[in-house]
Design a protein around this ligand. Structure first.
Ligand code: FES
Ligand code: FES
Length: 154
């Protein structure tokens, strides 16, 4: 049996069982390694992707369920030549140290800015509270999201 997914606008066919977490399909079958395995139990946000535009923990979303909608990973957000404003802002604000959390952070921030293009600092902190950074770059991440929000409005 094959699970067929829409990932970044492209079809991905996987031999994985439908209950297999989407994260494994992305990394093992689709060759998309931006989403990271952190905890595997929906606690850290490292595996966050967009599922029908919502920030979603791919470590606990069965791929069979993911096949019912559209998945966007960091690879689908921007390209090396044409970065998304959030990617540019994370670089400009030096919001990554090891970078392990960055993909999940950027996609959670994308979901936030899509529903609230002008978030307050408190709203940013609240929206990002479920994404953990073991390097402690949270302050820079907030600044990066504020920078991207400004750029996306101009
Ligand atoms: S790996 Fe999915 S939330 Fe931590
Ligand atoms: S930059 Fe290392 S975990 Fe966030």
């Amino acid at each position: 049996m094959t699970v067929s997914l829409d990932v970044n606008g492209k079809r991905v066919d996987s031999p994985a069982a439908p209950e297999t977490p989407l994260l494994y399909v992305l990394r093992n079958d689709a060759g998309l390694n931006a989403a990271k395995y952190g905890c595997g139990i929906a606690q850290c946000g490292a595996c966050t992707v967009l599922f029908d535009g919502q920030a979603t923990r791919s470590c606990v979303l069965p791929c069979g369920a993911a096949a019912q909608g559209k998945v966007t990973t960091l690879e689908g957000l921007g390209t090396a030549d044409r970065l998304h404003p959030l990617q540019r802002a994370f670089i400009a604000e030096q919001a990554a140290q090891c970078g392990y959390c960055s993909s999940g952070m950027i996609l959670s921030a994308k979901a936030l800015l899509d529903r609230n293009p002008k978030p307050t600092e408190d709203q940013i902190k609240e929206a990002m509270a479920g994404n953990l950074c073991r390097c402690g770059t949270h302050t820079r991440i907030v600044k990066a999201i504020q920078r991207a929000a400004r750029e996306m409005q101009s």
